[in-house]
Design a protein around this ligand. Structure first.
Ligand code: SF4
Ligand code: SF4
Ligand code: FES
Length: 253
């Protein structure tokens, strides 16, 4: 959690705090912002605000969440212009002049209000061969991977992705080139490239080496700056570029 998002206790003068002015995106791609007034509470998250509106002011407001504790990855939205996980983002850390603007994630089609269609995001995981392909049968012993091995350490640094789409929404290259696989799918591919048990390496390397793969990344770091799990997809993408270059030199691609 960043310091900005973790600022849970509001600094208040005596008496009631001013209501929060909340501008919420309504409708589809061609929608617009609707304004609500929401009471401010101690340790209130942006997801609390959206939930308050839906339960008390307008039950037709559409949004998505599941766990409320930073695990499921389903609550990501654009808050004051930046993609964030809303269940772990405190209002006190992001409100400006007692106002918060909440919109759906960028770079994904809007279904309704704050809900985006995540299909292209997850389709790209599949295109990047983001699925583990093992070789052992259930009758064989478990593979043993040393936690201290360099490959396992690379996996450790990238494996905690919750599939929230924050990085994808923050990536300008995705905006310019809708074929680009994007930071989350490439980060996933990097974890599998470093998985010594996986048996689809040649296929995966070919999948991420094309024009829509890792070479399209301009390394401007928005994904790594925004990821709420402190993953650095930029580092994994650089790793993919290295292993692909090595494979090309060896004639393997
Ligand atoms: S570093 Fe690459 S993947 Fe990350 S936001 Fe920039 S262009 Fe996108
Ligand atoms: S890499 Fe980070 S920002 Fe991107 S989908 Fe995974 S958890 Fe979310
Ligand atoms: S609701 Fe699950 S991560 Fe926010």
């Amino acid at each position: 959690m960043t310091g900005e998002e973790g600022a849970g206790v509001m600094d208040r003068a005596a008496g009631s705090p001013p209501a929060l002015r909340v501008r919420v995106w309504r409708g589809g791609e061609a929608g617009g912002f609707q304004e609500f007034q929401v009471p401010r509470l101690e340790s209130q998250t942006v997801l609390d605000v959206v939930t308050y509106i839906q339960r008390n002011l307008d039950p037709s407001l559409a949004y998505r969440f599941a766990c409320r504790v930073g695990v499921c990855g389903s609550c990501a939205m654009t808050v004051n212009g930046k993609a964030r996980w809303t269940c772990r983002t405190h209002v006190a850390g992001v409100a400006q002049d007692d106002t918060v603007e909440i919109a759906p994630l960028n770079n994904l089609p809007v279904v309704k209000d704050l809900v985006t269609d995540m299909r292209e995001f997850f389709d790209k995981w599949a295109r990047a061969r983001g699925r583990f392909t093992g070789t052992r049968s259930r009758s064989e012993d478990f593979a043993r991977v040393s936690p201290a091995s360099p490959a396992r350490r690379e996996v450790d640094a990238a494996i905690e992705c919750i599939g929230c789409g924050v990085c994808y929404s923050a990536c300008d290259v995705v905006t310019w080139n809708r074929e680009y696989l994007g930071p989350a799918a490439l980060n996933r591919a990097w974890t599998l490239v470093n998985d010594v048990r996986d048996n689809a390496q040649a296929e995966r390397m070919a999948a991420v080496a094309g024009d829509a793969g890792c070479h399209a990344c301009h390394t401007h770091m928005s994904c790594s700056e925004r990821c709420p799990k402190q993953i650095a997809p930029t580092a994994g993408i650089a790793g993919l570029k290295r292993v692909i270059a090595a494979a090309v030199l060896k004639g393997g691609l």
